[in-house]
Design a protein. Structure first.
Length: 191
C-alpha cells in the first residue's frame, strides 16, 4: 500500500509536461489558462495533467470566482521525493528540533513506569515525540488491520481513536480501506 503511493508519485512525475508544470508552479500560483498558454497546450490537456498531480497531492487549488489557481505543495513534493531513499531501510534519519535529553524528558513526563501514556500532549513538538516513541514497536512495510492497530494503541491510552487519528494526520501512518501501514520516516512531520 505505502510502496504503491511512492510508485504513483514517481509515475505522476514520469511525464515531461507534468515536470514542466511543476517548474512553472515553483515560480508561484497560476490558473489553468496561464499554464496552457505558457506551455503551448490546450486547456483540456492541462486539466488532465492537473488531475494526475492532484491525485498524488502535489498541487493545491484556490478558487477566485470562476478561476482556479494552482500552487505547488512543496512539502509533499520534497517528502515524496525523499521517501524513495528510505525504502528498504525502514526510514532515514529523522530530524527534529529536540535534543536527546529533551526527548527523554518528554517521554519520562508523559509515560508512566509501566509504559502507559498519561495524557496526549497538546503541544505539537511533544506530541510528535510521543507518537514517534509509540510507533517504534510497529514494523515498516507491514500492513495492519484497524482492529490490530486499535489493540496496539489501547496498550498506551484508552483514547486509541485519537492516537490513531494523530498518527495519520502527522503522517506516521497511511490508511486505506481500514488498513494501516507505516510511512517512511521522511514523510513524518518531524521537521
Amino acid at each position: 500500500m505505502q510502496m504503491n503511493k511512492i510508485v504513483e508519485f514517481h509515475k505522476a512525475l514520469g511525464d515531461l509536461t507534468r515536470v514542466r508544470i511543476i517548474a512553472l508552479l515553483q515560480q508561484g500560483p497560476l490558473h489553468g489558462q496561464a499554464i496552457a498558454g505558457k506551455l503551448g497546450l490546450k486547456p483540456p490537456t492541462i486539466t488532465h495533467h492537473m488531475a494526475k498531480l492532484r491525485e498524488v497531492g502535489l498541487i493545491r487549488e484556490r478558487r477566485d470566482k470562476n478561476t482556479i489557481y494552482f500552487s505547488l505543495n512543496e512539502k509533499i513534493l520534497q517528502g515524496s521525493a525523499m521517501a524513495i531513499l528510505s525504502v528498504g531501510k525502514g526510514g532515514a534519519n529523522m530530524e527534529m528540533s529536540v535534543t536527546e535529553e529533551e526527548r527523554a524528558s518528554i517521554i519520562n513526563n508523559f509515560f508512566t513506569k509501566d509504559g502507559k501514556l498519561k495524557n496526549i500532549p497538546a503541544q505539537r513538538k511533544k506530541k510528535l515525540v510521543i507518537l514517534a516513541h509509540i510507533v517504534k514497536e510497529l514494523e515498516f512495510g507491514k500492513i495492519y488491520p484497524e482492529k490490530e492497530i486499535n489493540e496496539f494503541l489501547k496498550k498506551y491510552h484508552e483514547d486509541y481513536a485519537t492516537l490513531r487519528r494523530e498518527l495519520i494526520m502527522c503522517q506516521f501512518m497511511y490508511r486505506e480501506n481500514n488498513q494501516y501501514e507505516m510511512n517512511p520516516k521522511d514523510l513524518w512531520w518531524l521537521r
